[in-house]
Ligand binder design. Structure first.
Ligand code: PRP
Ligand code: MG
Length: 213
């Protein structure tokens, strides 16, 4: 039995499609949505554990999940002792510095700017290590786009997919910082001790390759 940790929400459907193409589940694409209160979905030979994105590396690190599917943004932010084994090339988005439309030049020149974000480590890394600039970081857990609108911060660092959330809140991208896709991570002991984990990875890898040819 293999346990796979994956996030609920936006990425879940894309992951389900990938697993379906790999012949691992029969979709039922709606299942993950419909049964969204069920946190464990059982299939032939494996279970899907539906967890919060930032908890995926934790489940894998502790070996409760053998493998995990999670955005590179989460891995950059929290890392964890997990082995990133495959770029799944789904869930494409990017991390951006963003703020009120039309105010990029003014705000980027401002000293001691404040940045609201779910990603304090990535934000610190970008400003302090790359730009050698100190900023004050306001850590939020979601709906980050509200912060500059309400004056909680000057700007935000957040992921952008379609750009709709920014646009509908009067914000725009100031800088594109990092490209993001979903990754397959694996617990090192599981990889060594469970041959079925290796074959699962190979199956998924084949699908990713054929999808991206
Ligand atoms: C994510 C992200 C952005 C939005 C980007 O938020 O934090 O707000 O999606 O997508 P878009 O460019 O297509 O609008 P999410 O919906 O995951 O909610 P949260 O930030 O409240 O956690
Ligand atoms: Mg958001």
């Amino acid at each position: 039995m293999i346990n796979i940790a994956m996030p609920k929400g936006r990425l879940a459907l894309k992951v389900a499609q990938l697993l379906e193409k790999a012949g691992l589940i029969e979709v039922d694409l709606e299942k993950i949505d419909e049964e969204s209160r069920k946190l464990v979905l059982e299939f032939e030979g494996f279970k899907l554990l539906l967890v919060k994105p930032f908890d995926v590396p934790t489940y894998v690190e502790h070996g409760v999940a053998d493998v995990g599917i999670v955005g590179k943004d989460v891995l950059m932010e929290v890392g964890g002792k997990v082995y990133e084994i495959l770029d799944l090339k789904i869930g494409k988005c990017f991390i951006a510095l963003a703020g009120p439309a039309g105010e990029a030049e003014k705000l980027k020149a401002k000293p001691n700017k404040s940045i609201a974000t779910k990603y304090p480590n990535i934000t610190r890394m970008y400003f302090e290590e790359i730009l050698s600039e100190s900023v004050s970081i306001v850590k939020l857990n979601g709906s980050v786009e509200l912060a500059p609108v309400l004056g909680l911060s000057d700007m935000i660092v957040d992921v952008v997919e379609t750009g709709r959330t920014l646009k509908e809140n009067g914000l725009e991208v100031y800088e594109k910082l990092y490209d993001i896709t979903a990754r397959l991570i694996v617990n090192r002991a599981s990889l060594k001790l469970k041959p079925e984990v290796e074959s699962l990875i190979e199956t998924i890898e084949r699908v990713v390759k054929s999808e991206n040819n």
